[in-house]
Design a protein around this ligand. Structure first.
Ligand SMILES: C[S@@+](CC[C@H](N)C(=O)[O-])C[C@H]1O[C@@H](n2cnc3c(N)ncnc32)[C@H](O)[C@@H]1O
Length: 356
């Protein structure tokens, strides 16, 4: 049986493989999502295909976790769907790049829903170990494969660490490396006559769902800046958006307990401490010249972003007696989003409505 956290032998020392502990956080996210689906908070027929072995039979997560998973999912889905709608209003398909995508099922939910035709490209990036597992899961499942297109158009790439299809692309990279060596070879044109995977003329949304927190601020701002440079150097007239979701406000007693718990599992969060306020969260994007950026906590989104009929439905799914505790937990997760336009900026008035 494999141990957690994963260890490997190094001479006489036994060292902890902290990257493996970070990769493992994806299994937790997938199990939490599956639990919220089982309890009918969310509808997602795809997540079951990405569960670690045996996880289908684990007992459901506590109500508090299920509600947190639900609120986060609703909030991010809302922003993503609005993004796609605004792109369509410009008469354009859009691109989504999900960094640290893990087992996320958003592509399949979009590709089988009413917004299917609005996606030009959906690109997912994660560590090679995780993309290899995801590529295998996709290959094994008829449901997942069917959404990618004709079988002859779907291929494993880079020795099975990636997968390519007309719209969906799964790519392996360590996002802490310099983007010129990690992202550029994957997304830019290979030479003067080939087309880039990432089209710089299309509205493009970057998704960072619980990933930047595992890297230093210098590494995460290097990533965002690489995308800004990519679009600005192309001379295109388009819009770049970003959504960051992660832990927030970890310097209070509750946050310190969260950090200590993660530490026992050998997970460090070098990206959490430098963003203690809403201002600092917004600055993640504003410092790269984004026109607008906003941030909210899951607590505030739950209070004012979810329709009362939905709130009513959710409240009947499971018994939750600790409302105060729920609010405390939700206050420690934040969503930050921002957009930047390139070119003549004609589209600015539309994108300034990108909000809850
Ligand atoms: C908590 S999981 C989140 C997965 C997914 N985005 C979600 O929200 O369900 C974090 C993911 O980020 C990935 N990740 C963290 N650091 C990374 C890095 N330096 N390069 C590539 N992927 C990374 C992990 O492997 C893992 O799949």
């Amino acid at each position: 049986m494999s141990s957690f956290p994963p260890r490997f032998m190094d001479g006489h020392d036994e060292r902890i493989d902290t990257d493996a502990a970070v990769r493992q956080t994806d299994s937790d996210a997938a199990i939490a999502r599956f639990s919220a689906v089982q309890k009918q908070y969310l509808y997602d027929p795809f997540i079951k295909h990405f569960l670690p072995r045996g996880a289908q039979h684990q007992s459901a997560r506590p109500p508090l976790i299920n509600i947190g998973t639900y609120v986060r999912s609703q909030a991010i889905d809302y922003l993503v769907n609005q993004w796609i709608t605004f792109s369509a209003q410009e008469g354009k398909k859009c691109q989504i790049v999900s960094l640290g995508a893990g087992s996320d099922t958003r592509f399949w939910r979009l590709a089988t829903g009413p917004r299917k035709e609005t996606l030009a490209k959906y690109i997912e990036i994660d560590f090679a170990e995780n993309t290899t597992k995801k590529a295998m899961a996709i290959r094994k499942s008829r449901d997942l494969s069917a959404a990618l297109g004709k079988p002859e158009d779907v291929t494993l790439v880079s020795g099975g660490t990636g997968l390519s299809s007309p719209v969906y692309h799964l790519l392996a990279a360590d996002l802490r490396s310099s983007p010129t060596s990690s992202l550029a070879p994957l997304l830019q044109a290979k030479d003067a006559i080939s087309l880039p995977l990432l089209d710089p003329s299309l509205p493009t949304l970057l998704l960072f769902e619980c990933v930047l927190v595992y890297m230093t601020p210098a590494q995460s701002s290097g990533l965002i800046q690489w995308f800004v440079d990519y679009f600005s150097q192309s001379g295109s007239h388009t819009t770049l958006g970003g959504i960051v979701y992660e832990m927030f406000g970890l310097s209070d007693p509750f946050g310190k307990v969260m950090l200590a718990n993660l530490k026992t599992r050998h997970v460090e969060l070098p990206g959490a401490e430098p963003y203690p306020t809403f201002e600092s969260l917004r600055n993640r994007f504003l410092q790269h010249g984004f026109e607008e950026s906003n941030a909210t906590t899951l607590r505030d989104y739950r209070r004012s972003g979810i329709e009362s009929s939905e709130r009513q439905r959710i409240s009947q799914l499971e018994l939750l007696d600790e409302m105060e505790e729920l609010e405390l937990v939700l206050a420690h997760y934040a969503i930050t989003w921002g957009w930047k336009s390139f070119g003549d900026g004609e589209q600015k008035s539309r994108w300034s409505n990108w909000r809850f």
